[in-house]
Design a protein around this ligand. Sequence first.
Ligand SMILES: *Cc1c(COP(=O)(O)O)cnc(C)c1O
Length: 341
Amino acid sequence: MEINLVSDTVTKPTQEMLHAMFNAKVGDDVYKQDPTINALEEKVATMFGMEAALFFPSGTMANQTALKLNTQPGDEIICDKWSHIYLYEAGGTAFNSGCSLQLIDGNRGMISAHQVKNAINDPEFFHAPLTSLVSIENTTNKGGGACYDIETLKEIKQVCTQNNLKYHLDGARIWNAMVAKGQSPRQFGELFDTISVCLSKGLGAPVGSVLISDAKTIKRALRIRKVFGGGMRQAGYLAAAGIYALDNHIDRLAEDHRRAKELGYILKQLPWVASVEPVETNILIFSVQPYLDEKIIIQKFKDKGIHISAMGHGKLRIVTHLDYRQVMHEYVLNILPKLSV
Ligand SMILES: *Cc1c(COP(=O)(O)O)cnc(C)c1O
């Protein structure tokens, strides 16, 4: 049995999802004539209580478009030091938007209103870049799937409003946050200027992200997506997978969260594990004892058919997902205490 716990992006479409894809009605989306993409965009906008949405081939492109929409070259963006937009989008903020980042030393990838306030440059001080955007990640990726309380997000929103800053949510795993915290999409839609959400992580679609905002902003986003090369033609086949995922794969994320917590519970008791970070959603980060080489641990897992990833500094990561079934979970729970480390 091969069990891939490296990421929640490794899932493959289910039979039912493939069926929905095969039967999709499609058209040329560059002319906005793909009925399935139009339906997906409308569905997501409605879910979040926002005016409009736009389908993207990747989360990176949706985020990069949002950053471009909310800034001018030379501006500065406030975000956590572990943000995906900083660490894993290949310097796109500088390349695409000509902006600098003000990195905050947050808590598991989460920042506070107080920290945001202190990170804003005085707009009258013309020597410094103009702060124009705050970007939040929820759940946090490198922060181990941590998620925000709505109260904190409201406090940050208030700082944004007082200081004339735009507010972006990188919601690649917003579905996990909503399920874990019992929050609704509308609670996020009310707060943010732009939101990017991913269909190909926990939800199990093969491709796709969606950017959500007001109608005017999404109209501008259409041109930026075109510049980035993200205008697709009969991509309704992909949007159909997204619609299927939204209808069928959100509630079940609770299972992924339960499994991640159960794995964390077992790991905590093993002598070669130094610590396990709090497990809130589907990402589990743990540290091995300092005398151990994490590469050797990864190999020990691999020898048992279990694939996990290293994050550096002795940290390892496990991510649960749609294709990590209960039989696999029972196998892993059983094998963990027996690993000879
Ligand atoms: C995965 C991810 C993205 C987007 O990634 P793509 O691989 O480009 O779809 C954006 N933000 C976060 C936090 C992510 O985990």
